[in-house]
Design a protein. Sequence first.
Length: 198
Amino acid sequence: MTDRTRRLVLPLAAFLFGLVALGIAAVLTLTPQGREVAASDVGGPFSLVAHDGRPVTHEDFLGEPHLVFFGFTHCPDVCPTKLFEIAETLDAVKERSGRDVKALFVTVDPERDTPEAMRSYVSSFDDRIVGLTGSPEAVDAVVSAYRAFARKVPLDDGDYTMEHTAIVYIMDEEGRFVAGLNTAQAPEDAASELLSRI
């Protein structure tokens, strides 16, 4: 392996290992001992604020399948990558089926992610992605309802970052969890997977 290849492969391998470890940690931390989390245990009612400033609840998104992803606007790599993949998947779904599927981007950092910050951020990706924020208590309730994971991590410079679940949830038209969506595959394949589940 050349030095150049090693410089490219090693950080990518470390990043992927970190994602897997975070997912395992989330499952072990958030799954009650001796009990599997059923699909019906994921999701539920919420009351948040959309990136355009209007109050929204889970009921505003019923009637159509949609995606849910947790993240934050100061995220250095996972969130922008995932939102780009989601946008490409939504384009492929539209091209193949004519359906406009929405995606909800729920912040895990309400302290910094105001509606204005969310609007500026999601506008860089796709207008079918709805940024959602709210009070820390409201956001914590949604994170908990989705069996997700979020934790503030202090940085050496006095700032902080957030560790969080990187799953893309597929929710059906009644707001019930269907499955996680693999957006890291080719957009056409992710679109096929999504269309087969909705």
